[in-house]
Design a protein around this ligand. Structure first.
Ligand SMILES: Cc1ncc(COP(=O)(O)O)c(C=O)c1O
Length: 392
């Protein structure tokens, strides 16, 4: 019988994040419960201010989840039916779903093989592709995704966007606190969307999300749009939606935000340990491209051919791993053969999905758990011998 060891090393562990700050979080929740204000209000406003300050922008608009944050951002950029938005396929399906939610068409491009974020050459080609095929629709926006905690190449993306008059919405769901050229992600685009899903670097204890921007007009439109298009209660100026950040989640997030820098530093410490323990193994380790501060939402290795057997072995050793994502969006049943792709197709994305494995990483992973993980990895490669194919 394949017995799992009792103490599995969790790949992510939001419960540990709660228990680490239980007294503060419980008090924050109690405070909201006793306040009598259960929709938006002071707690949400305080979180919006504190998070915007943390990122270094003027405005934050709390919403119900990260998908809604993308949708609201797209809406206020005027993206709708008949428009095209360029993004990547190597992302959470939510990035693409949000584009379709506003009625626009996603055009998916490949990622580069070092940062796993949007390949800027592919982006440039895709812009031309739409311009040369007006029947595709009007190109309005780009959504770069800072995947796994590694920033996308924002200077190049912003330069292309400016040249072609496009809006840029950063998908920051996996990169709270990451920096590029010493500037936080979320400050580069016209707007940025953050998921605050429990496993994220800053995670609520339920669903939550936030849109940030330096543009006062876009911020106002976003805050109106998230609540029925109300500028004034009960009067809809524009058609809107209901996507409000829950004040209980806002109160929890205010506590957790105080620990985000410390948590990200611990993720980087774990990543450094993995880097040194895995350096002799036939794996492609995470790489840094440019002057980046990677916040390791995921620590993703690439194991050529052996990924599934390695995952199985680690599971049997009580080491939790995960695959983000096993099937790229454009090959999933809902999108396959329907959503258009960049002209080069997506060879890097498709190869990555065969090889990637996310190792355990979170702020409450103990040194002993890191040790167990690295020794299980070394054991696997010792047992598998030296004839495993190398990543090119
Ligand atoms: C890159 C990316 N974009 C968007 C989302 C959507 O966030 P949510 O699940 O909060 O709607 C996620 C979360 O899974 C994500 O990882």
């Amino acid at each position: 019988m394949n017995m799992k060891p009792k103490n599995t090393v969790m790949q992510a562990n939001p419960k540990a994040g709660y228990l680490a700050h239980k007294a503060e979080i419980d008090a924050a929740i109690k405070n909201v419960l006793e306040s009598g204000y259960y929709i938006l209000g002071q707690e949400v406003e305080a979180f919006e201010r504190e998070f915007a300050t943390f990122i270094g922008v003027d405005h934050g608009i709390g919403v119900a989840n990260g998908t809604d944050a993308l949708e609201v951002a797209l809406r206020v950029c005027g993206v709708g039916a008949g428009d095209v938005v360029i993004t990547v396929s190597h992302t959470a399906v939510a990035t693409v779903a949000a584009i379709e939610l506003v009625g626009a068409m996603p055009l998916l491009v490949d990622v580069d093989s070092v940062s796993y974020t949007m390949d800027v050459d592919c982006l440039e080609e895709a812009i031309l592709q739409v311009q040369q095929n007006p029947s595709m629709g009007q190109l309005k926006a780009i959504i770069p995704v800072h995947l796994y905690g590694h920033p996308a190449n924002m200077p190049a993306i912003m330069e292309l966007a400016e040249r072609h008059g496009l809006s840029v919405i950063e998908d920051c769901a996996q990169a709270h606190g990451a920096k590029l050229n010493n500037r936080k992600i979320g400050t580069w685009g016209h707007l940025a969307a953050f998921s605050l899903y429990p496993t994220k670097n800053l995670g609520a204890l339920g669903d939550a999300g936030i849109v940030v921007t330096n543009d006062a007009r876009l911020a106002e439109e976003a805050s109106i749009y998230r609540q029925y298009g109300w500028r004034q209660r009960f009067i809809s100026d524009v058609p809107g939606m209901n996507s409000r950040l829950d004040p209980i989640q806002a109160a929890i997030l205010r506590v957790k935000l105080r620990y985000l820098d410390q948590d990200n530093a611990y993720r980087q410490h774990v990543a450094a340990k993995y880097n040194s323990s895995f350096q002799e193994l036939p794996l492609q380790l995470p790489q840094l491209k440019g002057d980046v501060n990677h916040v390791y939402h995921q620590y993703v290795v690439r194991s050529c051919d052996e990924r599934d057997r390695l995952k199985e072995f680690l599971t049997a050793q009580g080491i939790g791993t995960s695959i983000q994502y096993p099937v790229p969006v454009h090959l999933q049943p809902a999108y396959h053969s329907r959503v258009p792709l960049g002209l080069r197709r997506l060879p890097v994305t498709e190869q990555l999905c065969q090889e990637i494995l996310s190792m355990p990483i979170h702020p409450h992973l103990s040194e002993e758990e890191v040790e167990r993980t690295t020794s299980a990895m070394v054991t696997w490669y010792q047992q598998a011998g030296t004839n495993l194919p190398q990543i090119a």
